[in-house]
Design a protein around this ligand. Structure first.
Ligand code: ADP
Ligand code: MG
Length: 265
């Protein structure tokens, strides 16, 4: 098998492929080059950490990957489809069906219970009530919060709120999970809990891209992309934290047997 430096087999069609992507905000003197020409590919099932100093373009990159914004130039192929060729309705569909988002600030609806927050993406997707209930309950079980389903966010700890946000991201059974500084507001214990959920989701087949400042967090991923000034400055496979061989997840993912959620696509 011929793998390139980032550990990819170039014959496999990647789930994400960026070719010479740039992003420029503003115009004239106020112009900011947030991404200065980025090219990389990510295979299905990979677990990638993106690190870089504040202002290096990480959030801009995640917004492009998540189809929340479009490149100024270059191409983005998502699952082989050029995102530029999609209209607004198709983009909305991609966002709501293929991608799960987790943000630093949780972004839960304050007056809604954990259960209702997790059901929300399914409401938008037009899923009927009984199925919504069941799928949200399953997603809350995955993050270990069955007993908190009736709680509103203000009565949950930061770590629990982020786990609700992870459940909301995975309730639509996305192929790709994008997380922007998901542990940025969490203490060590809550960080470990959220990361172990991410690890489990990846082990069950979901492609995970996690943006972080923290080396300990990045260490969970199988591949590390480092950015500086809107460019990729390194891109390497990492040895796993516990010494298991790279490119192989845990052999019996705890979440894969849950059924009903259909992780791997
Ligand atoms: P990071 O997430 O790594 O901190 P960002 O992607 O947020 O970096 O920002 C990259 C650069 O683009 C920074 O210089 C930032 O100030 C600028 N930037 C980000 N978003 C905008 C925007 N909406 N308008 C103008 N400049 C922006
Ligand atoms: Mg950022």
């Amino acid at each position: 098998m011929n793998l390139d430096r980032s550990g990819r087999d170039p014959r496999v069609r990647p789930v994400i492929e960026l070719r010479g992507v740039t992003k420029v905000y503003g115009a004239g003197e106020a112009q900011v080059v947030a991404l200065a020409g980025i090219s990389f590919a990510i295979d299905r099932g990979d677990y990638v950490a993106v690190m870089g100093a504040s202002g290096s373009g990480k959030t801009t990159l995640m917004q492009l990957l998540g189809c929340l914004d479009v490149p100024t130039s270059g191409r983005y192929l998502l699952d082989g489809i050029d995102v530029e060729s999609l209209d607004e309705a198709e983009l909305t569909q991609v966002r709501s069906r293929k991608i799960g988002f987790v943000f630093q600030a949780f972004n839960l609806v304050p007056r809604m219970t954990a259960q209702a927050n997790v059901e929300l993406p399914l409401v938008y997707a037009g899923i009927r009530t009984s199925e919504r209930r069941q799928r949200a309950a399953e997603a809350l079980a995955v993050v270990g919060l069955t007993d908190r389903a009736r709680h509103v966010p203000s009565t949950l700890s930061g770590g629990q709120q982020q786990r609700v946000a992870v459940a909301r991201a995975l309730v639509t059974t996305p192929a790709l999970l994008l997380a922007d500084e998901p542990t940025g507001n969490l203490d060590t214990h809550a960080t470990a809990e959220v990361l172990s959920i991410m690890d489990g989701l990846n082990a069950s087949g979901i492609t995970v891209v996690i943006i972080t400042h923290e080396p300990d967090v990045a260490h969970h991923a199988k591949r590390l992309i480092q950015m500086r000034d809107g460019r990729v400055v390194s891109d390497d496979r990492q040895a796993p934290p516990d010494g298991r061989p790279p490119l192989m997840g845990p052999s019996a993912p705890a979440l894969a047997g849950r059924g009903g959620l259909g992780w791997a696509r």
